[in-house]
Design a binder for this molecule. Structure first.
Ligand code: 5AD
Length: 332
């Protein structure tokens, strides 16, 4: 456990050391790492789990990521919510007790800088005591500045993989790791609380990719990190690929908690989909955020990034009582 303790004390592990931590994992080691990560999270955040209401406001996307069920070439049934519908999602969410809204969507050209700015101002003026998080992909620095000046507080943009070769195998050549990283740098410069992250078990991912991801996160120090297992979607080039491992996802969550003690770390929907008790397992591995869904019921079945995506029970914004109860049974 020497390397784990070093990590907890803020050390920068070498590639060789990371390789050791990642490849020597077994159940006993993982359980110790989960306990240590949980203790760090408890030390920083106590027994509080933070909730963010997720509003999936458009599933149109101009990109064609090979893994994603709302990629341009997929036959998804498309929708976009109106400003009024989005505000009404916030209103229901506010009544349930949410004070952070996450507007997430594909890269939909309909939502121009001006439309986004208008939307951000509307949400922030109706809900001035709420934080607003955006998750709408790669935009120009000018657009990001506009969003920030309109009042957006946070921005989620997973880097997806910090390994250039791997990035190329997950995306068409129009999308580059350099551009993704320059967007993340711009968001940080503009004062957004910034979220990065990656999938676990995506096709062609190796231990070397994880080392790149962990070293990138240690360097970049995002305020949030989203990590979930890859889950295949039937209408993508990766339809026949295997899903990522839940155990490895939990291990990576714990390592990120140890490396970045103050990070906001969600137990993601993908984790909750891949495993019956995924949300609880995530919390017990060091996660401290859950993001239940506030999208209107009639579109929830359409924002399908992967097959069987869960939107009921703990994943449903209106069922917050269930989530509170489940989380309290494990002491949070
Ligand atoms: N499996 C798991 N996660 C996925 N995402 C997209 N497609 C999949 C999939 N098939 C993740 C990406 C993206 C986030 C919104 O969802 O990491 O950044």
């Amino acid at each position: 456990m020497g390397l784990i303790d070093a990590l907890e004390q803020g050390a920068k592990l070498t590639r060789e050391e990371w390789r050791h931590v990642l490849t020597k994992r077994n159940k006993e080691i993982a359980d110790v790492v989960f306990q240590k990560a949980s203790a760090v999270r408890d030390h920083v955040y106590g027994k509080k789990i933070y909730i963010r209401g997720l509003i999936e406001f458009t599933n149109y996307c101009k990109n064609d990521c090979y893994y994603c069920g709302i990629r341009r070439s997929a036959g998804a049934s498309r929708y976009r919510l109106s400003k009024e519908e989005i505000l009404s999602c916030c209103e229901s969410g506010y009544a349930y007790g949410f004070r952070t809204f996450v507007l997430q969507g594909g890269e939909d050209p309909y939502f121009t800088e001006d439309r986004m700015e208008d939307l951000i101002r509307a949400v922030k003026s109706e809900f001035p005591d709420c934080a607003l998080t955006l998750s709408v992909g790669e935009k120009s620095e000018k657009a990001y500045r506009k969003f920030r000046e309109a009042g957006a507080d946070r921005y989620l943009l997973r880097h997806e993989t910090a390994n250039r070769e791997h990035y190329k195998r997950l995306h068409p050549s129009a999308q580059t790791l350099e551009h993704r990283m320059s967007c993340l740098a711009a968001l940080k410069r503009l004062g957004f609380q910034t979220g990065a992250g990656f999938m676990v078990g995506s096709p062609y991912q190796t231990t070397e990719c994880f080392i790149d991801d962990l070293q990138f996160l240690q360097e970049f120090r995002p305020e949030m990190v989203g990590i979930g297992p890859f889950i295949p979607h039937h209408d993508t080039p990766f339809a026949g690929e295997e899903a990522g491992s839940v155990e490895l996802t939990l291990y990576l969550l714990a390592l990120v908690r140890l490396m970045l003690p103050c990070v906001l770390l969600p137990a993601t929907t993908a984790l909750g989909t891949a495993s019956e008790n995924g949300t609880m397992k995530g919390i017990l591995a060091g996660a401290n955020v859950v993001m239940p869904n506030l999208s209107p019921q009639n579109v929830r079945g359409k924002y399908l990034l992967y097959d069987n995506k869960r939107n009921t029970g703990l994943e449903a914004g209106e069922s917050l009582a269930l989530l509170k109860e489940a989380v309290s049974t494990i002491g949070y």
